[in-house]
Design a binder for this molecule. Structure first.
Ligand code: GLC
Length: 647
């Protein structure tokens, strides 16, 4: 539905009057003007999105009024401190691109027992240089299996094992004081089946049944299902769950206890805006938009990455720009590379996980070749203006081989066979492997599988320690630092899964726990070992080598603007084992080189000259001058950060 500028202005004027009547006290606040201005500036963006999604509803304007009320009321509840951050961030809208962000993620219970305990762990985070902290879902969830917290029963209540809302407020204030941005999830594709909306729906309340996607017959559901992919194929095939009491089928993309919300219903959009703004008022600075591809469904499609999914997020974004402009969105789209980037934009998700880089770093370690990595990054590393990647090696989820088939063919790789090889390699089925991982969701029909395991175990530390193989221990440590070298310097926000920095190994205890045994992702979610962390201070330990390596990478970002926030240019080093890129800012230009081979490699001098480098260079990782007269020599699995001599 198209709307003229004049119609938009008239609608806005009417809504403003309504708000002034409804919240007379607000109009007298000195900051009201700023809110009204933002509303004026962003409403022309918001309204068309809402019209596109809901314009055909006869009561569209009723819902629009309710939405504006929700927004005004959330803004009134917003603390003066957060409002002043809003003003600061508006003056520096791409603050997250400044290069100062270094991320960490953790489950609160596994890292610090609870929210209060986390306060005591802030010094550790500070020591590591962390400025962005993603706490895995801390909300109330069903007892027992809850998909690691992603089955949310209330966005306003904290899991009682972790604390209460006041603890979150205290923590978020303290994090802000310490210069750490709080990142929380917005699990907005689904709620748990114990959320009050789901409970009411199950009790027969039709209003709340309309919050979810329910079907009277299997056949109706099947019309959609024939085009859908299974997300957890061996744990729970299919995407619908039968509700015996209601005799209806409910859409459950993930687990049977996670009910997909119905975004075709404007009430759902408004209700979720209310929850989103509640989270922003709790002090969230980066909102992790969970499972973005799935939020819109359309018969005859695979119900992933539909244009309306983007519109829903853009509408959320416009709301946030008005009420909480200090908060930005991070997209979690673990889909085909072409689709991932589409969620990025200053009007959609300003930052995004970079699952392609993640997968290809693992791919390069396995193949000892950077061929596919270089090719794909050349094509796909650039981001829309005002956006940034979140570069990571491991998250709480599995590793999927989500590279692009065409990219693979273009460098002479058969993508299907290659995926099989990679899975086999990382689950220890391949003879040349150093890795000790486990498969996740092996699909009996397609043979596809994803991979679980901690960074250290997948890099070979676990196996090398078991075999007491000194050389392999050394190589596994190099691998860990090599791939983190890339995520810290290639451009964007590095993100560490806490425990990686001290080389935590796989934890097999999940097999003994009823709520976890079916989900091998728990393999790489070990309880943080604080005794092991102490070993970071002991000379000669693996923990110290990894930890100090992380500190150094962080320090290099702090000291070199080019590494923190420069432009990135992927280069051809002329050696397929060596991945290379320039980072450039102001008049500083730095060449990063990563040798993925476990043999020494060289980069030929003429190639270096072509890249504008002279014979004498300084490797600021090793803190050494490097002479590249005939060639540059690299040790096995070495990561170099090269400056021209003299800066
Ligand atoms: C996201 C989470 C994952 C969860 C899924 C369903 O992909 O990262 O852990 O299983 O959403 O909420």
């Amino acid at each position: 539905m198209v709307i003229s500028e004049r119609q938009c202005q008239t609608t806005l004027a009417r809504l403003q009057q309504l708000l002034e009547k409804r919240y007379p006290e607000a109009v007298n606040l000195p900051e009201w003007e700023a809110f009204a201005d933002r509303l004026k500036n962003t409403f022309p963006t918001l309204l068309p999105h809402l019209l596109e999604l809901y314009g055909h509803h006869f009561d569209f304007y009723y819902h629009l009024e309710r939405l504006l009320e929700v927004m005004a009321s959330a803004w009134l509840d917003r603390s003066p401190e957060l409002k002043s951050i809003d003003v600061m961030r508006e003056a520096d809208p791409s603050w997250y691109q400044s290069g100062h962000l270094v991320g960490a993620m953790a489950y609160v219970d596994l890292f610090s027992d609870d929210l209060k305990g986390l306060l005591d762990r802030i010094p550790y985070l500070k020591e590591l240089g962390i400025t962005y902290l993603h706490l895995m879902p801390i909300y109330k969830t069903p007892e027992g299996d809850d998909d690691g917290g992603y089955a949310v029963s209330s966005y306003r209540e904290i899991d009682p094992d972790l604390g209460v809302m006041e603890d979150l407020e205290e923590l978020s204030q303290e994090l802000r004081r310490q210069g750490i941005s709080l990142v929380l999830d917005f699990v907005f594709n689904h709620t748990s089946d114990e959320h009050e909306w789901a409970v009411k729906a199950r009790e027969g309340d039709e209003t709340y049944q309309g919050y979810y996607l329910m079907f009277n017959s299997r056949a109706e559901a099947q019309e959609y299902e024939q085009n859908l992919r299974d997300i957890f194929p061996n744990e729970r095939p299919g995407s619908f769950t039968y509700l015996t009491r209601l005799k209806k089928w409910v859409w459950t993309t993930f687990h049977i206890y996670q009910w997909d919300l119905n975004y075709r219903n404007p009430e759902v959009f408004n209700a979720m805006v209310t929850e989103m703004l509640f989270l922003s008022n709790a002090g969230v600075e980066i909102l992790r938009m969970d499972a973005v591809p799935f939020v819109w469904k359309q018969k005859g499609t695979n119900c992933e990455n539909l244009p309306e999914a983007h519109t829903v997020i853009q509408a959320f974004n416009a709301v946030a720009r008005i009420v909480a402009p200090g908060m930005v969105f991070k997209s979690e789209a673990i889909v085909a590379p072409d689709e991932i980037r589409k969620y990025m934009g200053v009007n959609e998700c300003q930052i995004s996980y970079n699952p392609l880089l993640m997968a290809l770093l693992w791919e390069s370690l396995a193949t000892r070749s950077a061929k596919l990595l270089r090719h794909s990054m050349e094509k796909r590393f650039s981001v829309p203006d005002g956006c940034a990647w979140v570069n990571y090696i491991r998250s709480h989820d599995d590793i999927g081989w989500g590279f692009d088939n065409t990219d693979a063919y273009e460098v002479g790789i058969d993508p299907h066979g290659h995926r099989k090889f990679l899975t086999d390699f990382y689950i220890g089925r391949h003879e040349s492997t150093f890795a000790q991982g486990e498969p996740f969701q092996e699909d009996p029909n397609t043979g596809d599988a994803r991979v679980c395991g901690t960074t250290a175990s997948l890099c070979g530390l676990q196996k090398a320690l078991a075999e007491n193989d000194e050389k392999e221990i050394e190589f596994s440590l190099r691998r860990i630092l090599l791939i983190h070298g890339v995520t810290f310097t290639i451009g964007g926000i590095p993100l560490v899964y806490l425990g990686e920095e001290i080389g935590m190994l796989n934890d097999y205890n999940f097999r003994e726990e009823l709520d976890k045994e079916g989900d091998s992702r728990w393999l790489h979610r070990p309880k943080f070992d604080w005794d092991k962390a102490e070993l970071r201070n002991e000379d000669g330990t693996a923990e110290q080598t990894i930890y100090e390596g992380f500190l150094k990478l962080n320090q290099l970002r702090v000291n070199n603007a080019a590494l923190a926030r420069g432009e990135t240019e992927i280069v051809d080093t002329g050696n397929e084992h060596v991945f290379g890129y320039f980072r450039t800012a102001d008049d500083q230009s730095i060449l990063c080189l990563a040798n993925f081979s476990d043999r020494p490699q060289t980069v030929a001098a003429p190639r270096l000259r072509q890249l504008g480098l002279k014979k004498v260079l300084v490797d600021i990782i090793a803190g050494q001058t490097v002479i590249a007269a005939k060639q540059l020599e690299m040790e096995p699995l070495q990561f170099m950060v090269l400056l021209r001599q003299g800066g």
